[in-house]
Every structure is written in structure tokens, then in C-alpha cells.
Design a protein around this ligand. Sequence first.
Ligand code: MOS
Length: 736
Amino acid sequence: MNALIGKSERRVDGRDKVTGRAQYAGDFHLPGQLHGVIVNATIGLGRIRSIDASAVETMPGVVAVISHLNAPRLAYKPHKTFIDPAVGERLHVLQDDRIHFYGQPVAVVVARSLDQAERAARALNIRYDRRQPKVDLRDPSLPVVLPEAMGEEADKSRGDLEQAVPGAVTVDERYEIARENHTPIELHATLAAWTGDRLTLWSKSQFVVNEQAEIAAIFGIDPANVQVISPYVGGAFGTTLRTWPHVTLAALAARMTGQPVKLTLSRKQTFYTTGHRPFTTQRVRLGATPDGRLTHVEHEGTGETSRYEQFAEALVSATSYLYSCPNLRVRYRLQPCDTSTPTYMRGPGEASGIFAIECAMDELAYKLEMDPVELRRLNEPKLDEGSGLPFSSRSLLQCHDVGARSFGWARRSPVPGSMKDGRLLVGWGMASGTYPVWFAPASARARITPAGEFEVEAAASDMGPGTYTSITQVAAEALGVPMSAVKFRLGRSDFPPTPPHGGSMTMASVGSGVRAACQALRAELLALAASSAASPFAGASPGDLHWDAGALMRRGASERLGYARLAALGPPGLMATATGGRSEEAGKYSMHAFGAVFVEVAIDPDVYTMHVRRMVGAYGAGRIVNPRLATSQCIGGMVGGIGMAVMESTVLDKRDGRPVNAHMADYLVPVNLDIGDIQVHFIDEEDPYVNPLGVKGLGEISLVGVAPAIANAIYHATGKRVRHLPIRIENLLHGA
Ligand code: MOS
């Protein structure tokens, strides 16, 4: 038996990535391709009065200027896909003269070269009738609505919040989190080509089968006539879980010009309509007995959405199960405003909601004069008090233990400002994190080639966590062959369908599907070897056969049947297809990953520059398929948490809704100098219920909890409690 799951195998795609052989969406080229450049609205609300394309149409290289004036009316069929993160009516691009938000695409200029298209796009003269958009979420005239799709889930309660507790210690605070954009290194890009009525899209996507379905619905064509190809994704964090308007525009431009069209968003354009983490406001009320037992938890959250769609996330969902508390109420609302629709961004909902809860817990710990780790320990629940179900596994206390020990938490002096390093203020803070274990059936196929290689395929995506590698491990282990004998391919909509590459469920879902397909192929091959007249093992029982070092062997015999010879016994390309499932027992459990983050910040007391010197993350996330990749993924999530805590904020101009810092000079993300030492620990966790592989996922949990740990560390260093993200130098200076 070769146990590959659990081994720190190297990335199978590492060489291709560092040599540039790996092709991202923008790297694909077709002969005769044209270049499309989107023209974006420069008002935040209103109508297009006129578009004068005449001067632009005669500019060098220009092939077409496409706007609502000449674009065909598209079908925009309503459709049900696997996951649609928003309800409402998606933006119908170039279908009428209405402007819903700043930066909405209003035209596409297509030219022979990118340079010509950019120049012409800049010159296009568009006049507008402008109205005043509402984009300031603090504006009291904005409506507040119940998220339709959530219904009662948006209001949950248990116990009696009015119940008085003698001597209760309370916290009642408001928290705010800025709008954030995903800003992956790789820009969104689509190359679209029609052959007759068949469309091929080379497009950055975390969900190729959904992009196929959506584009087919938009154009009113059979999904079988749309092929989406996305072998590599250079970071995404949720921004390509949906199909945004630029994909439609690339396909539309290609159809209208009769040539392949490549369309790449500029960095600035990625701030307009590729989704964003919604601005949120929250209120948290906590009550505890003087000895630290929670008696009341009230958590209200409101997130922004667009006027044409409701985007809802899990802002208050974790509150009901994170700690034990008899009396609890959560409430979630949306605020529609004149902006594009937000979407999932790493740790969607939980990262924001848990920021508020975990900062409030820290405030409570100070009021109780209790260690924050101890406060959490005291409120550890025996079961999920939200659903009433037992946890399939829950290692939050072990995460606290392992994290605290590794960090050296016992040496912390609790008084704010009491820990110093020379003239620098040192702050130590911590927070818990949690994220659900999602699962959805994924299909996969596995075949043996005449050369005796194993090919495994699933639609899937790999936005960087190492899916190519970890799934190859799963496949090789299930087949019983070395990793070098397996080639795993993903990122094509004509491969067996898989759920979105998001919600931390790729290994759980795609891994389970691949495992099932490989087990089925292995069983077929063993049966073939035991039954085929041409097989040296004819007549053997399949149970007596096993793989060993590149060949099939019979127990107690020395004869070897190589993979190529084995393949020759069956029909060419012998293949097995399967869909992964999980045990029905799963429904009887509450299934979540847990984590704890410990942070040290150093702050200059004169100018309040901050440095996150070190972080320790401890995670109970089920089985870890590849510790090296898992550690790397967690480091990435924790770095993202630094961005959320002290840097990232998309600022809108209240006059017109323009994102004013739509570029990497002013939209700050952590760079190497911002990162100190990061340590990652995994708790040994065996969870037989979550899925056949026993994995819980890591993408989101690694970010959840980082921002509150940093905010709590900043308080510990300075005695200043900043209740909004990002926390900037000026917040500490002004609070002085
Ligand atoms: Mo992630 S927000 O599920 O890509």
C-alpha cells in the first residue's frame, strides 16, 4: 500500500509555473485575434444620453465600437446553476442606456492591437444624464432589507435575551469593515472564439461549468455548445466564482466581429464589477457572569448589496455555535445601494462576523480581568447549540492550547502598553476562528492509456492552493500507483462537473469524486487482470492482486504485469467515471473547522507605524492531505488577514461612487516587508463523517480570526480600541 495522503509532496505543476509553461487565461492566443477594451461609465447613476462613435470608428486598427446602440439583445435566460451567490436579476450588459453604478461597462472597443483598442476606448465620447448615487452605507435614508433567499435564517434566537443576570458584565459595541477587493495578481481575462454556433472561452474561472451554463443562458444557446478552459488561475479568492460582464462582452465582441477577441481587465477595471467583500456594520452585545460564563449574545449585521441583486453571506452564522450561551439572537440585513453586486471573498461572512465577535470577546475579557484564552475555554459548548447537533469533531480548545504554547502566551503581561521592546510598544492578541465544512458531489473520470499511464480528469480549478498536486496524491493512492504514473487535468467544462472551487470544499468534493473514480478503475483493472485470457494472472482472485513499484503483482508470485501490458488487456482507454458522495451520517452532525490565531505586533509610540512581527495559527481542519501545501495555504490566508486588519479598503467617492483607490499603489495589500514570522500548526483530527477523505478544507479558516487577533494585539499594545477595519496609523493617532 502506498500511503500518499499526508505526505508533503512537491507541487506537480511547480516546474511549469516557474518556467512560464503554465498558461493562464491571458496567455492564450489565436491567429487573427482582436483585442477588446471595455469603456466604463464615469457616472454613478443615470442614463447614457449619447455615444458618438464616429470619430473612434475611423481610428487606426479599430474594427468595432459596441454599445447598447448596436449590440444585439441577448437572451439572458433565467437559469439555475449550482451556486448563484446572488438573487435578483444580473446586470444585462450593453442592453439599455441605464447606469446602475460607477464603472459599469457601457461600450467595448475592438481593434487589431491592444494599443489601438486602448487609445480608441479613451477617445470614445459618451454623454450622460447623471443622478446622485447613494453609496455611503452610513446614509440613514438607504433602505435596509431582509435577505430574501435567507428568510427566517436571517433572524435566529434562543432563550430569553431580556432575562436579567445579577452582576452581569456587559459589552455593547459597533464594528465596521471596509469594502475590500480581491486584487489577485492575475487580472481577469477572457479569450473568446466562435466556430459557427459553438463558443470557446479561455477564461479565468473558479467554476468553469458554471461559466459555461451562465454564458449559454445569456446567449440563449445550448450549454453543450460552450466550452470553458481555465487550466491555471493566478489567485482569485472568490472573485471568479461568478461570471462577470467582461466574459459576456468578450463573447459578444467575438460574435459581432467574427474574429476571436481577447479581453483583459486593467487593474482599475477589476474594482468596478468583479465583486468585492461587502462593507458591513455590526453590533455585538455580550453579557457574562462575573466568573466569565456567557449569558447573552446578540449579534446584528448589515452588509451592502447592489440595487439589482441581493448578495448574502454568512455574516452572523457562526455566532450560534462558536461558544456556549443560553440566550442568543442574531439578525442579518442588507442595504441595497448604487454599487455593483458584492461577492464571496476569502472567508466570506465568517471573516467579517467573527471579527466583531472576537473583538467583543476580547473587550469582555478585559472587563472581567480574565485571560482571553481562558474566557473562551470557559464557554466551550458540548454541542452545536444553534442546530442542537453534536459536532462531528471540534478541536478549538486544542487549537488554543497548541497555539498558545507555540506562541509563548503564558509570558503575556495583560495590561495594555505594559510590554515593550526598547521604545516600541508590543501587543499580543488572539482570536478564535471557524468555518463550515462544505461538500457537494463532484464527478471525475480516470482512464489508463495504452502507454500505461493514468489520466484523471475533473472540471475543477486550482487557484493556487495546490489542487493539481493534492488531487494527484489522492488519485495515486486510490489507484495504488506512484504519483509519477498519474496525470491529473482540470479546468475544462467538458470534464466531469464539479462544484465551485470555493467555500474550502475542493479537496472534500473533488477529492472524493476523484477517489471514487480511481477506485472504480482500479477494481476494473484488477478484474480484467484476473479474468482476461491474455493475462498472466488469469483465474486469480482480484483480492490476490496488488500493485507494486510500477506493476501489478500476484501475492506470493514474482511475475509482474506492467501498466502498459495491463492496459493492452482491455479496450483502449479503459475508463471509469464516478461521483463522490458522503455518508448519510453526515447530516446528523454539525461540521466545522476551527482555529486559533495568536499575534504579536510592534508599534512605534510616536508615529504609530505597526508591524505584525509574528503570528501563530493552529487549525483543526480534519485530515491534512499535504502538510507542505497546507502550511503554505494557511500562510497565504494569514497574510490576507493582515491585509484585512490594517490595509485593505476600497474607498468610494460619495459624489459619484467612483472607487478612488482602484490601483495597487493606493489599495494596500501586504508585501514582504509587512510579514513577520508565521507558524502554522495542525491538530491531529480524525473525522469519519465530513466526507470520505476526512478533510475539512483550509482556504477560508486560515483567514478567519486573523483580523480580530491583530486588532486585539493593537489594543494590547496601545490601549486604543479601534472597532473598524482596516486599522490605520491615523486611527491610532486621532484616538490619542
Ligand atoms: Mo472562496 S471566497 O470560496 O473563493
